[in-house]
Design a protein around this ligand. Structure first.
Ligand code: FPP
Length: 269
């Protein structure tokens, strides 16, 4: 057993409460590079390596879902050179990291307005998604050309069309109908949302899905975020009490009693 595996194994032996789905806002690449007198693009390249490390750590811990904010709708407004560098990096990263994904059982998905991506990026993504589709240890979802307001507008247009076509009545639109029409349909909601880089905001990321996520803000710039930093975030999460609007007493009720009062439908992540 490797040293890395030992570290994660030892952590798991402390019986932490593990999140099933971790979402990450990978922030701080530019500042990381500027601190070193490098171009912002080098920060993004270092960020891609950090993503590989964190993906491997998530696999070692048995976390089944990891979703990362790799490029937002708003990022299209960055200087053209930086956007182009990010698009090239996306292709390189996918090509370089697909063998590791195969080795570790990682299934790749992408969410967002993918039609806006250059065709070379779409092709690289589609190939990696296809190659990894049967892997079942971790689902890694890249949010690309994504923003929650874009996603929600898209979802509302779709629902309006379905109502117009007579497939639904307005009163039939509930949370499940909406969730099934978001880009994340089929994925559980994130339990833990991590933002690196010291800022404390959600920046238009998974606004519907993170309704009950625990938030964790790290001062570490994304390129320096690694397995140890992930363990720290999970330790912190593990100590949180998730109440979903209920009281502490209700949450701590024995399971049978909870089932009797319908509380069993509440997640216990
Ligand atoms: C935010 O840092 C990060 C991004 C806009 C891009 C995230 C991309 C990666 C981590 C690269 C790897 C991923 C793929 C799949 C290509 P920032 O530039 O806003 O940093 P700053 O706030 O310090 O300026």
């Amino acid at each position: 057993m490797s040293q890395t595996k030992d570290k994660y194994q030892a952590f798991l032996e402390t019986a932490p409460k593990l999140p099933r789905h971790i979402a990450i806002i990978m922030d701080g690449n530019g500042r990381w590079a500027q601190q070193r007198g490098q171009a912002r693009e080098q920060g993004h390249a270092a960020g891609a390596k950090a993503l590989d490390k964190v993906m491997r750590a998530a696999v070692a811990l048995g976390i089944p879902y990891l979703t990362v904010y790799a490029f937002s709708t708003e990022n299209w407004g960055r200087p053209q050179g930086e956007v182009e560098a990010l698009m090239s990096l996306l292709v390189e990263t996918i090509r370089e990291q697909t063998p590791g994904m195969q080795e570790h059982g990682v299934r790749l998905l992408a969410i967002g307005d993918l039609d806006r991506l250059p065709s070379i990026s779409r092709t690289a993504l589609a190939e990696a998604i296809e190659k990894t589709q049967h892997n079942d240890k971790l689902t890694l979802t890249l949010a690309l050309s994504y923003s929650a307001r874009w996603e929600l507008s898209h979802c509302m247009r779709r629902i309006a069309t379905e109502i117009q076509q007579g497939l639904y009545l307005p009163e039939e639109i509930d949370e499940a109908v909406i969730s099934q029409r978001l880009c994340t349909a089929g994925l559980p909601d994130p339990d833990l949302l991590i933002r690196t880089g010291g800022e404390q905001r959600i920046s238009n990321f998974l606004l519907w899905q993170t309704a009950y996520a625990e938030l964790y803000f790290s001062p570490i710039y994304w390129p320096d975020f690694d397995g140890d930093a992930l363990l720290e975030a999970i330790s912190d999460y593990s100590g949180r009490e998730r109440r979903y609007g209920l009281t502490r007493e209700q949450i701590n009720k024995p399971i049978q009693q909870a089932e009797d009062t319908d509380l069993a439908t509440t997640h216990d992540a």
